[in-house]
Design a protein around this ligand. Structure first.
Ligand SMILES: [Zn+2]
Length: 313
């Protein structure tokens, strides 16, 4: 079956679903509209967006955004801007963030910045404060601050109060990734050496991941030494002699995101990938023999690399 006919069937199925679940009608119509678009029948998508907009509520903003996006794709910029203007006073933080990202992608940093400001302005003071609190869990609102900070940098604007929120949120995110890399072994109490697994990124994959998701993964020169220390601590704490390493891969993570969806900046998404990699990823047993290749993927002998007592003591 062609992609278009699959999308068409899926759209029709969603429309039937909307009858069964009237309380989720807006959300289901938004999904169906995307399928109609994919099926090459944009006029049917437009018909659904119109309905969602006339029903009002949160979904209406997303419908308007999706419609504007399609207008840009079709080269009908004036109409796209009209939709965005209609959103100006109604957009919540989520929709405003999407509009901002869309405009930034189109290279219109000044307009994007206004939408980032509008999105952050729609948050409560407590949400802004929580996002900028050092040591806090990654905030779902952090991408608004990151996107805004990137725009302001490109525009050569000085660091301001919300840029400082972005800086703190970025540190919180990096700390979170470090915790994630421990999570697989710590989530469940280990039953045996075989049951103890840890997600790790070898050097090349970690660099690939950092290139792809620069705000999520950061290249740090001593990263693998830190992991080695953690592995030793885990073994000591639980009386283990070996740990199974599950190797994360940038392509695997990208494929996971493509099939399952989600934002790599979100905690839940990365944790779910860690679980998936545990089932499907390549594995290695730690520690390797002293004269074997190091687990970190450096191509050096373990004893000369992460297993060098001078580097881990
Ligand atoms: Zn190594």
């Amino acid at each position: 079956m062609s992609e278009a006919s699959t999308a068409r069937e899926r759209a029709a199925e969603l429309e039937r679903e909307a009858v069964t679940y009237p309380e989720d009608r807006g959300e289901i119509f938004l999904e169906a509209a995307e399928e109609w678009k994919r099926a090459g029948e944009p006029e049917r998508a437009v018909a659904l967006w119109r309905e969602v907009i006339s029903a009002g509520g949160d979904d209406a903003g997303y419908a308007r955004y999706n419609w504007a996006e399609m207008c840009f794709e079709q080269g009908r910029d004036a109409q796209a801007w009209e939709h965005l203007r209609a959103l100006e006073d109604a957009a919540d933080a989520g929709v405003a963030g999407l509009v901002a990202e869309l405009l930034a992608e189109r290279g219109d940093d000044e307009a994007a910045l206004r939408w980032f400001d509008r999105g952050i302005g729609a948050l409560g003071d407590d949400e802004v404060a929580a996002t900028g609190t050092s040591g806090a869990a990654p905030s779902i609102h952090a991408p608004l601050f990151f996107g805004r900070q990137a725009c302001r940098r490109r525009l050569g604007l000085p660091v301001d109060r919300w840029d400082r929120v972005a800086e703190v949120a970025d540190r919180n995110r990096v700390d979170f990734v470090r915790r994630l890399e421990r999570t697989v072994s710590i989530v469940r109490p280990p039953l045996s050496a075989d049951a103890t697994t840890m997600l790790v990124w070898q050097r090349a994959e970690r660099e690939r991941a950092a290139a792809r998701w620069p705000s999520v993964f950061r290249v740090e020169t001593d990263h693998h030494q830190q992991v080695e220390r953690r592995l030793r601590d885990v073994c000591e704490e639980h009386g283990l002699t070996k740990v199974t390493l599950v190797l994360g891969s940038a392509d695997g993570f990208a494929a996971y995101l493509e099939t399952e969806g989600g934002d790599p900046a979100e905690e839940g998404v990365r944790l779910a990938y860690a679980e998936r990699a545990k089932e499907q990823g390549r594995r290695l047993v730690w520690p390797p023999g002293r004269n074997e290749s190091c687990w970190c993927g450096s191509a050096r002998k373990y004893k000369k690399c992460c297993g060098d007592p001078r580097s881990v003591s």
